[in-house]
Design a protein around this ligand. Structure first.
Ligand code: MSP
Length: 641
């Protein structure tokens, strides 16, 4: 089986780690865990990028030497990873000797080949980008990313003949369509290369201007440009050129970066590799940016999210699940605690947690808490087909870095299992004393849950282990083994008495909390007056405007799997839109044409970006949902009294 090698960018040590760094590293960790669990030998590298103008400047501001400064911030990164359960095999720092040595070897090799030349260059230098910008790059004379005017610098420097490799790189990308993924970033790189504007790369800085870097082996008056230095970490950590790790893992390399550093990874790095005659990496996986309510995270806006604060508040499993589930890999995504809580409650508490705890309690009720032994250690055919489909999709999509879609595929099974309980009605089988069939049903359920837990290990390591423990599983196989063989769950194993994996959590928004407080005041007073007996006056009931209406159309909510956008005819001039949490129980077609009862005078409010004008009444049953309706059709808008 082919080994697997995954890298994160090495992070600059000029600022504390935040949500963005945590995301990339958690994704890399989930990939590493996933590939290990497929049985592949895996190597996972992360680290810090410590040279260059940015760091020298930040250190000066902090009144420290660059090395002292780098030591402190690098420590913040390496110190954060255990709190996110990152299982990296190595942590490289570009100030380590093992790295500097390889950078000099590569520089010498490229120089000896004639791909580095000395020349004079004048250009606009942006310290934030650590590179020269062309006039075309500037917007109103400013660097578009850092919003500062770059300094015009003319000096003699060393240049790497990057342009020489333009065609070879284009050809490689054409022949390997997955080299850069997703597609949109491949296209971006292709059009950049096709535009013919690829210049040679200035790879040195004169020591007169910057000393904080790796000295060029062929000219001690210069240090190496920070990107040329940094990219080499991906092979220096493997002890290029002779190291065993290099020989084993390099051919399987996959890099993980965000779109901000696409060009260095998609153009500088492969052309450097070509020149140094090192085979190219396998895949460059490029993700989008986390925005905070649609704005960039920035210190000055004070909206920087500290990962460990989120972990303290919501738990690591929920945080990791949310990051992988919420961002469609490649696109930007919006981070909010409201969004995180909504996912926790919908996907984890309602769908998975409830399913799991219901299943355990049924086994306790019907089989004294041990895994029952059906005649055949298999799963009902229809459920088996659903599960196999879910596992194939999950594995395939996860392997192609489509994490959100992979989890969606797995949740088809989770929801399917909830439906399976309803349709096979174990409580009826128990009542009818059909213990043989009941054993089949419960075994099917537990075996599928066991496999779901195995698939979830890369994403939610703790919760998945707890699930497996609570299912009495001792021998945990790889994802490949567990999802391809049925009957792995051992009958007779004792299950945990109860499970409360993901209790629902509430996030009162500041203004909601205020409103709730205000609203609670009179109620409290009234409750005190009525001796807290929980009864309401008839006039309180009269405040409710309950009406019957017909669903005229219904669509899935574009951003929330559990919600439906339901248009209801209430006999008013315009139909009403209600955002209802019914998607789990009804398809849009199920609802169309049905008469429902609506709380018609509920204050309108936006739910996940869509206005909701009322609430549909329904009854939750064991694993299902029944709508309240009238026993005979009535005129739309009829009042319930
Ligand atoms: N030192 C370079 C990388 C050299 S790799 C040879 C660098 N460092 S960085 O500290 O700026 O890290 C950039 C990376 O951090 C992004 O590519 C991404 O992985 C992560 N993120 C930083 N902010 C982010 C978001 N807002 N959203 C998602 N990830 C982002 O560039």
């Amino acid at each position: 089986m082919q080994p697997f090698y995954i890298t994160t960018p090495i992070y600059y040590v000029n600022a504390k780690p935040h949500l963005g760094h945590a995301y990339t590293t958690i994704v890399a960790d989930s990939m590493a865990r996933f590939h290990r669990s497929l049985g592949q030998e895996t190597y996972f590298l992360t680290g810090t990028d410590e040279h260059g103008d940015k760091i020298a400047e930040a250190a000066e501001k902090a009144g420290q030497s660059p090395q002292e400064y780098a030591d402190t911030i690098s420590g913040l990164f390496s110190g954060m990873w255990p709190g996110l359960q990152i299982t990296n095999d190595d942590f490289i720092r570009t100030t380590q000797e093992r790295h500097k040595k390889v950078v000099q070897e590569v520089l010498q090799k490229v120089y000896d080949k004639g791909d580095i030349y000395f020349g004079e260059y004048g250009g606009y230098y942006c310290k934030g980008c650590e590179c020269f910008l062309t006039e075309k790059d500037l917007v109103d004379g400013l660097c578009p990313d850092h919003k500062v005017a770059p300094t015009y610098i003319a000096e003699k420097n060393y240049f790497f003949r990057m342009s020489k490799y333009r065609e070879a790189l284009l050809k490689h990308i054409e022949e390997n369509p997955d080299f850069i993924r997703p597609e949109r970033y491949r296209k971006e790189v292709v059009s950049l290369l096709e535009s013919g504007e690829l210049e040679d790369l200035c790879i040195s800085r004169p020591k007169s201007r910057l000393t904080w870097g790796i000295e060029l082996p062929f000219d001690s008056d210069y240090v190496c440009y920070v990107w040329f230095d940094a990219l080499i970490n991906y092979v220096s950590a493997l002890e290029y050129p002779e190291g065993k790790k290099y020989k084993k893992y390099w051919p399987a390399a996959q890099h993980l970066v965000a779109k901000d550093i696409l060009k260095p990874h998609a153009i500088f790095w492969p052309t450097m590799l070509m020149s140094a005659e090192i085979p190219l990496y396998n895949h460059l996986n490029v993700h989008g940016y986390w925005l905070i309510k649609d704005t960039k995270m920035s210190k000055s806006l004070g909206n920087v999210v500290a990962p460990l604060d989120m972990v303290d508040k919501y738990g690591l499993d929920t945080f990791r699940y949310f990051l992988l589930r919420e961002m469609r890999f490649g696109n930007d995504a919006s981070f909010s605690e409201e969004g995180l809580v909504a996912r926790r409650n919908a996907d984890l508490a309602n769908d998975l947690g409830n399913l799991f705890s219901r299943s355990l309690s049924m086994v306790h009720k019907y089989f004294d808490g041990v895994v029952p032994a059906p005649k055949k250690l298999t799963v009902d055919a229809e459920l088996k087909a659903l599960a196999e489909n879910a596992f194939t999709n999950f594995t395939e999509l996860f392997g192609r870095v489509c994490f959100a879609q992979a989890l969606e595929a797995l949740w088809e099974l989770v929801r399917g299992l909830n439906k399976y309980i309803d349709s096979s009605a174990p409580w009826v089988l128990f009542k009818e004393k059909d213990m043989e069939r009941l054993a089949e049903v419960m075994y099917s359920l537990l075996e599928c849950l066991h496999k779901v837990a195995v698939c979830l290990q890369p994403v939610m390591p703790d919760a998945a282990s707890t699930m497996l423990e609570q299912l009495g599983v001792k021998d945990i196989g790889t994802i490949a083994e567990e999802t391809s063989t049925w009957g792995r769950l051992v009958p007779g194993a004792g299950l945990a008495k109860a499970s409360n994996l993901f209790p629902r959590i509430d996030l009162p928004k500041e203004e909601d909390a205020k409103q709730a407080e205000e609203a609670a005041q009179p109620i409290k007073k009234k409750q005190a007056a009525s001796k807290d007996d929980g009864l309401i006056e008839f006039t309180d009931f009269q405040k409710l405007d309950l009406r019957v209406g017909t669903v005229v159309s219904c669509d899935p909510h574009p951003d929330a799997d559990r919600l439906l956008l339901v248009q209801i005819d209430l006999g008013e001039e315009k139909t009403r839109q209600v955002v209802a949490g019914l998607a789990e129980f009804f398809s849009p077609d199920d609802l169309k044409g049905k008469q429902v009862v609506l709380v018609a005078n509920l204050k309108p409010r936006k739910l996940r970006g869509h206005m909701s004008q009322g609430m549909i009444l329904a009854v939750k049953t064991e694993g299902g949902m029944q709508l309240l309706t009238s026993t005979a059709p009535v005129v739309n808008g009829s009042k319930v009294s």
